[in-house]
Design a protein around this ligand. Structure first.
Ligand SMILES: O=c1[nH]cnc2c1ncn2[C@@H]1O[C@H](CO)[C@@H](O)[C@H]1O
Length: 589
């Protein structure tokens, strides 16, 4: 209908105003519905216990987030950039497209400074940036390279199995880049191989090698190729990387850089999934070790050295979660489990638990692995070692598929945490069990996006789990390979903060606090573990102590936010007195 001015004037009177009592009543009912629902969120009690300063910091961060969503994430903000780029900008866009831009935001500076607690889900080999590692590799005296075929075509270079090893001497008369000059498996001095790279010499070589260790921008955004295709490339990266770092001098450099990156990102502790075959060599040795002892000795030494250095002050440390590839046959799995137990006996504090890894959709399911897993349980009991499960499960799009069903087994097998649990949100009963048994979900949003489970952080299921009261933490999974590029967790934290409006700084703080609460700082029997998690900061062990330390850092961090951004973004500016002192120490960018 089309109304005349008089008709409209008359009709307008009949439209209720939001100030009318009944609409006011509706709105207050609506508010209480929302807060009633939010009261069962996993972060509700953390939120309720925020200090006044933390509350202000959270309000400031909300405003910064909204401001940046409006101003930074629009094509009109920077005409040039919008014109150059072939995609639209928006907060929550695909990670790889957003990465550079996110690193220039205020939210980024805030997240960088945040005390992030512990990194509980990450794979050792995929932690340190390859620009650094490859530069170091090529500098190492005696480093050689071999290939399982001549690398004479782009296709061969994409697929070949390449190996890096120390050799006293290599073959001088062959070139791996030429079809008829190279005998597969021959070692050639790495500097010579690099300098002779047909597409740009040494710098071209480094770029190519990096591409064999990481997923590219197009790997990441070509979602239409699906999960299996990206896993084929991803799994190949691990093979190349293994031979790069399974050598003592590289292993030491790797660990130093790893701890330095974690410390600079506000991560005080990390539990790294460890999956090495027996191909590690000591400095200037050509024959691999027959056991894992030397690797763990080096881990121990480097950790002590770092913690004693000025840079490492306050760093809590590293441990590993031993993992076996789920694709292996029974004999290989049992042999690997046996190494795990032997190594645990020698370095009890350096192995916190056990897991099986590799593409979950392709490998053996937990149900299929029950005989091996129960053998392991019995063997651990006989040897008197404590190796609890920290199992991957439900890293899948399946709904009722055998991979999805790994979630049932992980819980039945008594896992202390679940890696990914991407499909858990479809399981109401399991959600209740996870809550009741206080199992933590180690969620890796960027990994899940890049490995094509979801198209952006906005489509990730973690908010559904948080809303249902499941305790979770954020992790980076394979940051050097999947695109974050650094061992720290800032990218995953940033994505969560910008992507999920219900989270906010308080929710992010709660996720970080959970990571400390569910960290395996000590060797604990099940009852002690459960008590430690239940008592949290009120307990009397290492965990409680570190949770209290984390809380102090968190308060300092919130104070810093108020001091730094209060003038511009505080919705209710107050006397800033007391909120201007120095914040936590400056972290490197
Ligand atoms: O997200 C993941 N899910 C399952 N397995 C993984 C993931 N990321 C890496 N790996 C596996 O862990 C081993 C290295 O620790 C690699 O073999 C890789 O396949």
């Amino acid at each position: 209908m089309s109304l005349s001015a008089e008709e409209w004037d008359e009709l307008r009177q009949e439209i209720p105003s939001t100030s009318d009592p009944f609409l006011q009543q509706y709105l207050s009912g609506r508010e209480s519905l929302i807060s009633q629902e939010k009261s069962s969120r996993a972060d509700a009690s953390f939120r309720a216990s925020l200090s006044p300063i933390a509350r202000r910091a959270a309000a400031i961060v909300d405003r910064i987030r909204a401001h940046e969503a409006e101003t930074l994430w629009t094509p009109s903000f920077e005409e040039d950039l919008a014109r150059q780029s072939d995609h639209t900008l928006f907060p929550g866009m695909m990670f790889m497209h957003a990465k550079d831009r996110m690193e220039g935001t205020r939210l980024w500076n805030i997240v960088r400074r945040m005390p992030k607690g512990a990194l509980l889900h990450a794979h050792m080999d995929a932690m340190v940036d390859f620009d650094y590692l490859l530069d170091e590799l090529i500098k190492l005296p005696g480093m050689h390279m071999s290939s399982d075929r001549p690398l004479s075509s782009p296709h061969a270079r994409e697929d070949a199995g390449i190996v890096f090893r120390y050799r006293e001497k290599g073959a001088d008369d062959q070139s791996v880049w030429q079809e008829d000059s190279y005998k597969p498996g021959t070692f050639i001095l790495l500097t010579k191989v690099a300098d002779q790279f047909p597409e740009g010499g040494r710098s071209g070589f480094l770029a190519w090698l990096k591409s064999r260790c990481t997923l590219s921008l197009s790997d990441c955004h070509e979602h239409h190729h699906g999960i299996d295709a990206i896993w084929r490339k991803f799994a190949k990266c691990f093979v190349v990387v293994a031979s790069i770092i399974h050598y003592e001098p590289m292993w030491r450099l790797f660990l130093r850089r790893l701890m330095s990156l974690l410390q600079a990102d506000g991560v005080g502790w990390a539990e790294l999934r460890f999956t090495w075959s027996l191909d590690y060599c000591r400095d200037r040795q050509e024959v691999p070790e027959k056991d894992y002892f030397h690797m763990f000795e080096v881990l121990q030494e480097e950790m002590e050295r770092f913690k004693a250095s000025p840079e490492g002050q306050g760093f809590w440390g590293l441990t590993t979660i031993w993992t076996t590839l789920r694709s292996l046959d029974t004999r290989a799995i049992i042999e690997n489990m046996d190494h795990c137990i032997t190594t645990k006996l020698a370095f009890p504090h350096l192995i916190a638990g056990y897991d099986v890894v590799g593409p979950e959709d392709w490998g053996r399911t937990l149900k299929d692995l029950l005989p091996e897993l129960f053998w392991f349980r019995k063997q651990c009991a006989q040897e008197g070692v404590n190796l609890p499960f920290f199992l991957h499960a439900g890293e899948t799009l399946g709904d009722g598929s055998s991979t999805d069903q790994n979630l049932y087994d992980a819980i039945l097998l008594g896992t202390r945490r679940i890696g990914h649990a991407y499909s858990l949100y479809k399981h109401p009963l399991l959600i209740d069990m996870v809550r009741e048994k206080r199992i933590l979900v180690e969620s890796c949003p960027i990994s899940n996006e890049v490995l094509r489970l979801c198209s952006s952080v906005l489509a990730h299921p973690l908010p559904a789990l948080l809303a249902r009261g499941v305790a979770c933490c954020l992790c980076n999974d394979d940051p050097a390979m999947l695109g974050q590029g650094s061992a720290g967790m800032s990218h995953d934290f940033w994505q969560a903060l910008q992507g999920w409006e219900n989270l906010g700084l308080a929710g992010l703080g709660s996720l970080a606090e959970n990571s400390v609460r569910w960290a395996a700082f000590e060797d604990q029997e099940q009852a002690e573990w459960v008590k430690g998690v239940r008592e949290a900061s009120a307990g009397d062990g290492v965990k409680a102590e570190r949770m209290r330390q984390w809380r102090v850092e968190w308060e300092k961090f919130c104070l810093w936010i108020v001091a730094e951004f209060g003038d511009e973004f505080d919705p209710e500016p107050q006397e800033a007195a007391g909120a201007t002192e120095s914040g936590p120490p400056e972290r490197e960018g």
